[in-house]
Design a protein around this ligand. Structure first.
Ligand SMILES: Nc1ncnc2c1ncn2[C@@H]1O[C@H](COP(=O)(O)OP(=O)(O)OP(=O)(O)O)[C@@H](O)[C@H]1O
Length: 286
């Protein structure tokens, strides 16, 4: 399901002394089945942008198209139900929104709310809890007895159980350790590649962008200043963002951007490049 923004602007507290324009004339598309990362400094408008994607906020100007539904500032709340079902939203620290007595009941809440029967909701909850790696033995426990990483997975299962076609996440890795981050990112990649979901993720991690995203949007002062592949973004010598650690390491080692191969952007690419480069040099001296 494609999401398109045409001339979208968003102003907080319109016509009040606190009026603040957070987004200006945004034109872009989130292609179906792709993994898009949204990056930019604090306050650049990333969270505001993603709140427009499921009608949580309505654009002040312009239009947001989700599949065949057009959202403008005149769209009524009841017209947004289908959009909310199609576009699942995972906020920062989603575990803070867990509330039910058991893990299973928490995940069933969404599907019940979208009109599924008790049995259908239970089946969906069990399926998606398994998919995010929560064992059946935890289903009847209180979600508040789980570890932080498990709680986040339960919260994600709660959104996935509504079977959205698009998943939008605001800094899903915040507060996770490197292993927790890697597990979560691999799960998102699997949802994209095996289930064809469209993933849109706000992140500050350029390593995650390099490793997992197909497309990256860079935001600055309420505008999108780049919309390209991670490789294009990081390879540009005038790069608009901080480079991933692998690229930084390689550039320090080479002391310039004058080299024949592509700039490595992930750890795996860095290792391969170094083995190829220094392996070959070593061979010359044998
Ligand atoms: N409710 C609000 N009322 C007025 N201004 C707001 C409101 N929410 C956000 N803003 C302002 O809008 C701008 C964009 O905020 P937004 O939260 O979208 O940025 P962000 O890029 O997501 O930042 P962060 O990385 O810190 O989450 C900021 O200048 C912010 O102060």
């Amino acid at each position: 399901m494609e999401i398109k923004l045409k001339h979208v602007g968003y102003t907080y507290s319109l016509n009040s002394p606190l009026e603040f324009t957070a987004l200006q004339d945004i034109n872009l598309a989130f292609p179906t089945g792709k993994f898009t990362a949204v990056v930019g400094k604090t306050g650049s408008g990333k969270s505001t942008l993603i709140k427009l994607l499921n009608g949580l906020e309505l654009p002040t100007t312009g239009e947001v198209t989700v599949g065949d539904q057009v959202i403008t500032n005149r769209t009524k709340a009841k017209q947004l139900k289908q959009v909310r079902k199609n576009v699942g939203m995972v906020f920062q620290f989603p575990e803070n929104q867990l509330f039910a007595e058991t893990v299973l009941k928490d995940v069933m809440f969404g599907p019940l709310n979208f009109g599924k029967s008790e049995n259908e909701a239970k089946e969906l909850a069990e399926k998606w809890l398994a998919e995010v790696g929560i064992q059946a033995s935890l289903f009847e426990q209180s979600p508040f007895e789980l570890s932080g990483g498990q709680m986040r997975r339960v919260a994600l299962a709660g959104v996935l159980a509504c079977e959205p076609e698009v998943l939008v996440l605001d800094e899903p890795s915040a507060g996770l350790d490197p292993a927790g981050n890697q597990n979560l990112m691999q799960l998102l990649k699997k949802l994209q590649t095996e289930r064809g979901m469209t993933i849109i993720m706000v992140t500050h991690s350029m390593e995650n962008v390099a490793e997992f995203a197909d497309q990256v949007l860079v935001m600055k002062n309420g505008k999108v200043i780049a919309d390209e592949t991670p490789r294009e973004l990081f390879s540009d010598s005038q790069s608009l963002v901080e480079l991933p650690e692998a690229s930084q390491f390689y550039l320090k080692l080479m002391k310039s951007r004058q080299f024949n191969n592509e700039l490595p952007i992930t750890k795996n690419e860095l290792i391969k490049t170094l083995v190829k480069q220094f392996g070959q040099k070593g061979d010359q001296y044998e």
